[in-house]
Write a protein that binds this ligand. Structure first.
Ligand SMILES: [Zn+2]
Length: 146
């Protein structure tokens, strides 16, 4: 995979603006500013494309929250740099958005109609927490851990 050419970081855009405020799940959260129809692209997670080697070093050095998404092609998105408000979307076991990872983008889509003022959430799936981080999403089907 190391032979893959490093993708150029594209211009990441948000189609539906969000408001950052205290989360009902954890820390800060992203809230819908307008009603959003189902199955629409909310936007791309902001960040900088780096190699997996660089990503590992950043994860190792940081003791706090790391916003890193692996593309699976030898590169990752460091959402702590060139960031946008979509990085505040928290994990939920019963999410209202879907996170789609492409070769150079982390896109968020609405799973259903989202009303103005609703907190956005997504299922992180397999994360670097290895299922050891307690989940506070409050959903009826909560798995308990991320
Ligand atoms: Zn949960």
């Amino acid at each position: 995979m190391a032979s893959t050419k490093k993708p150029v970081t594209p211009d990441y855009k948000i189609n539906f603006p969000v408001k950052v405020a205290k989360s009902r799940i954890a820390g800060m959260g992203a809230y819908a500013v307008t009603n959003m129809p189902a199955r629409r692209k909310i936007g791309d997670l902001g960040g900088l494309i780096i190699t997996m080697k660089e990503a590992m070093q950043i994860v190792k050095q940081s003791k706090g929250v790391v916003n890193m998404v692996e593309f699976g092609n030898g590169y990752a998105l460091n959402a702590g740099v060139n960031a946008n408000d979509l990085r505040f979307i928290n994990h939920s076991c019963n999410p209202n958005t879907y996170m789609r990872v492409t070769q150079n983008r982390v896109e968020f889509y609405t799973l259903r109609t989202i009303k103005k003022g609703e907190e956005l959430s997504t299922n992180y799936g397999e994360t670097h927490h290895d299922g050891k981080l307690p989940c506070g999403c409050g959903a009826k089907n909560c798995k308990g851990f991320i």
